[in-house]
Design a protein around this ligand. Structure first.
Ligand code: ADP
Ligand code: ASP
Ligand code: MG
Length: 440
């Protein structure tokens, strides 16, 4: 008997029909002789809708400004609010399973033993004690767990893990329960060489190393939550990303070079040079202009950013204009961190001694990823030629051993992704299927 953790994303349970379809799939998996633990996300775009509502009730009249205290206590309430989305889908899913003659119990994150730290909105898992889940599956029930949420071990308050965090709940449970596999069900047939919503000619990847999957997820491919890939790699959990709308084999993310894989006749012995192209619209660019070009200034700026909890991504320091003794420093950060970061920088303007700040949310990041880059010269040349042939201007560049990323204007991003995908011969002959979801 296998123990399978199945995670269903919001697009798979967006309406009653979706919930019924998923319930049938779960019951079938159990009937085939498996123990099944399910992790479910909030229905469709309901997390975004709850966020929109929260924004509406906290819009301040012009004459009032938000008090710092108010912001801190709202973070707790925001997690209370958002965690409700998953409670709705888990209970409905349990009812649909009952209707199909199987027994199921749903559990909130805290009932399932997901303990986290106390950072609301981006809590980290510190302990998983799934006693109730184990008891439920030993009794023959399907255990359904609300994704994306936990409970702070210190404050006992409800926390959430950050957007897309249900993937991480699933892997954490799979690791704690010693599951045989963690299946991530979504609205496409697996991990593709690019987002099929942007590149219809994207190709499904059958097998990807966790190293490459980490870079794809970190570069914005939202098919998997970054921390889920890190967690799976750390605990050796095999991940199978697949569609809940089809029975097609999906993509296997293998924890590390897997020696047990047998190469079929006719299959290439070497991995392809490039595994995919990722894009990200969730970052903004900050340029700090006229920073005194003396030791310690970059440290001061990034210390302020750390204090504002901003997750800095790419950084570029320009050479100082001749004779001015001043330089510009540009960096990117998540748009959601932008407000707090800007306020903190402005407050420190005279202490640091810079002249002004520019802030731009209309940027996009494009990344080319492939483990074969290490040993294949010419990848950068081909990459930049594809961008220049498409008339894309590059703002910032950063690289790792297996990735090249650039920042472009947001309205050029889609064309740039398609051009790079094409330039590396990744285009498939057929069109990728997107079964559902709104892409929000
Ligand atoms: P879920 O609701 O199942 O959590 P998400 O919307 O979080 O689904 O993730 C699935 C979406 O990820 C796909 O619909 C697709 O648009 C997007 N995506 C981005 N990059 C990729 C990629 N490389 N391969 C497949 N899908 C991708
Ligand atoms: N419902 C949450 C979100 O939309 C968590 C998830 O879907 O993974 O981010
Ligand atoms: Mg997701």
């Amino acid at each position: 008997m296998s123990l399978i953790v199945q995670k269903f994303g919001g697009s798979s349970v967006s309406d009653a029909e979706g919930i019924k379809r998923v319930a049938t799939r779960i019951v079938d998996t159990q009937a085939a002789g498996n123990q099944v633990v399910v992790v479910v996300s909030a229905m469709g775009d309901s997390t975004d809708e709850l966020l929109d509502l929260a924004e509406q009730v906290t819009l301040y009249p012009e004459e009032l400004s938000p008090e710092a205290d108010g912001l801190v206590s709202s973070a707790r309430e925001m997690d209370m609010l958002l965690s409700a989305g998953e409670r709705i889908s888990m209970a409905l899913l349990a009812m649909a399973i009952h209707r199909r003659g199987a027994s199921a119990q749903s559990f909130t994150g805290s009932q399932a033993g997901m303990f986290t730290d106390s950072i609301h909105g981006r809590a980290r898992i510190i302990d998983v004690s799934p006693h109730r889940i184990r008891t439920a599956i030993e009794k023959g029930d399907v255990a359904i767990v609300a994704g994306f949420q936990g409970m702070s071990r210190d404050s006992k308050d409800i926390t959430t893990l950050g957007r897309g965090g249900s993937d991480t709940t699933a892997v954490a449970l799979a690791a704690a329960l010693g599951a045989d596999v963690c299946e991530i069900y979504t609205d496409v047939d697996g991990v593709y060489t690019a987002d099929p919503r942007v590149v219809p000619a994207a190709r499904k990847i059958d097998l990807i190393s966790s190293e490459e999957m980490l870079e794809l997820a970190a570069s914005g491919a939202k098919i998997l939550h970054l921390r889920c890939v890190e967690y799976a790699r750390r605990f050796g959990v095999p991940l199978h990303v697949r569609s809940s709308f089809s029975h097609n084999e999906g993509t296997w993310v293998i924890p590390d070079p897997d020696t047990s894989i047998t190469i079929q006749e006719g299959e290439p012995l070497e991995q392809p040079i490039i595994s995919g192209v990722a894009h990200d619209r969730s970052e903004a660019k900050v340029t700090v202009i006229g920073v005194p070009d003396i030791p310690g200034k970059a440290a001061e700026i990034f210390n302020i950013m750390a204090g504002a909890h901003a997750n800095i991504d790419m950084i570029v320091q320009n050479i100082s204009t001749h004779g001015s003794g001043r330089t510009d420093i540009s960096f990117t950060l998540p748009i959601v961190d932008g407000k707090e970061a800007l306020a903190a920088l402005k407050a420190a303007q005279s202490a640091v001694g810079f002249e002004s700040i520019e802030y731009n949310e209309h940027i996009g990041k494009l990344s080319l990823i492939g483990a074969g880059m290490r040993s294949n010269p010419g990848v950068s040349a081909r990459f930049f030629k594809a961008l220049s042939d498409t008339g894309v201007n590059i703002d910032l560049i950063s690289t790792s051993e297996i990735r090249i990323s650039v920042v472009t204007a947001e309205d050029k991003l889609d064309a740039a992704v398609r051009a790079v995908h094409h330039a590396f011969d990744l285009d498939a002959g057929s069109k990728a299927t997107v079964y559902g979801g709104t892409g929000r």
